[in-house]
Design a protein around this ligand. Sequence first.
Ligand SMILES: O=C(O)CNC(=O)[C@H](CS)NC(=O)CCC(=O)C(=O)O
Length: 271
Amino acid sequence: MNPSLSAAVVQLAPTVDAAANRSLITGLVAEAAAAGARLAVLPEEAMLTAGEVKDEPVADVVSREWPLFVTLLSDLAIEHDIWLIAGGYEPSGQARPYNTLVVLNPRGEVVTTYRKVHLYDAFSYRESDYVVPGAELPPVVMVEGVAIGLINCYDIRFPELARDLVDRGADVLSVSAAWVSGPAKEDHWTTLVRARAIENTCWVLASGTSSADCIGHSLAVDPLGTVRAGLGPVKTGVGLVQISLDRTAEVRESLPSLANRRLSVTVEIPA
Ligand SMILES: O=C(O)CNC(=O)[C@H](CS)NC(=O)CCC(=O)C(=O)O
């Protein structure tokens, strides 16, 4: 028997009001734990929508709110005996913060963080105007025998990042997002999430915000690309999935594409 893990993707609509976001998070983590989840994945910017900060420098707001956010997550992890992954804005010592994912264990300890590497400078958005990029690749973290690789939103468009996590042993890709709405965007999101699962024959837990400009549509996908839970456009919700590494082994036996790679073959591009 390989390990298995009960996990939840959590959907909410954070605003610029960090205290209100904290009470939303409190309720939803309780709901995930009551449903039996041992890990809850929360979206990017669950702490607050930094793009909407107006009256004060973002750095000041972030310096005040980041510790409150991490303390809340720590308290909830202990209270509900659960692992948590969630996105917030972390002070960087500069005017622009990092867009960071934080991982807490059930003892309330911060196990690791990941600062978003690929900033969303696309579709006329410029995240790099108010966020500073991370300089290190995302970590793989062990959660009850299951290796989880971290991905932050726009990162999902870069297959080499996901493949690197899987090459480093990730059984699950955990994606926290605030996927901006627009033409074809919902299709991009579900297609990319499922593609990362299929091409890596791995589980994907993908949590997204449902704020006014974001699509929601949190989902969990198995190593064959089958959607096992999907929240659609609801404002708040929890989607549960049983991650089974037996299932991964079964899929990889019938679809050994990772093993079938031919890394020694160099493709010549004609001049
Ligand atoms: O703008 C907001 O309100 C919230 N969005 C975010 O915080 C982040 C950074 S701006 N969103 C993405 O990375 C979306 C990627 C994406 O949508 C894509 O790759 O198409």
